[in-house]
Design a protein around this ligand. Sequence first.
Ligand code: ATP
Ligand code: MG
Length: 271
Amino acid sequence: MPASHSLTIGVMGGTFDPIHYGHLVAAEEAMTGLGLDEVVFVPSAQPPHKPPGDVSCAQHRYVMAILATTGNRRFTVSPVELGRPGPSYTIDTIDELSGAYGPHVELRLITGLDALLEIRTWREYRRLLAGCRIIAVTRPGKDVSALTELTLQLGDLGGQLELFPVTALAISASDIRRRVRQGQSIRYLVPDAVLAYIEKHGLYRADNAVASLCACPQLGCLEAAGGEKVICRYGPVKESLHQQGPATTARAEGEAVPSKRPVEDEPGRTR
Ligand code: ATP
Ligand code: MG
């Protein structure tokens, strides 16, 4: 870390539809193993590589990320992509977070191998790589030798990639959605609070497809819901956040980006 940086923050972007233990373990191990100060999870509003109708409402995914991380004071969740119209490009997020955190914070992107191997399809990936080191966490089913190949293809910028092996958890959000659709258990694949949220809102159920395509006018996905059934407009989701307690509510409604302050060891602080 250059001397001018006083904090290093890992940025873990994803669709998080839903967030699961594979994400959490990868983030925790990268954070502790590489000496990062915090990890900020950034749910994508509109993942550029997925058709809008295939992705659950961003508000649901954002709330689930908060529920999953609230017990770890070094994990935060940023709504930075939720306020931005159009596809959620990583370069825009890094630009925005860098500007918000300031020059004393170094951001490092944490990405699973499967996603990273597609990096040459990402918007302005060269500029992204030039300004941000990327931690490539291993993922079952993805051969690490592909990373060596990618590093070579990227030339000088390949030096910005760092492989970090994490505990292999063959968990994926698509498999979780499939299990719910087929009435199978997802217990112990996601935190209990996420499981309870999925059940409460009927997410991913075959008989409640609309819940996954609910209307969020700010995010432009009203069309995906046919403009009729409103399952989670911003209001009701906020309401459910109030039930989670003051710390979560403050984070969800407050700052547009996470705090710039270093994480402190305050016993009463939950996040
Ligand atoms: P989906 O199956 O819908 O694509 P996913 O499980 O891959 O969901 P994403 O939200 O797409 O989850 O992933 C966000 C980031 O977390 C990506 O960089 C991805 O590679 C990484 N990731 C997801 N699951 C794991 C896992 N089990 N181990 C390590 N990294 C993971
Ligand atoms: Mg994925």
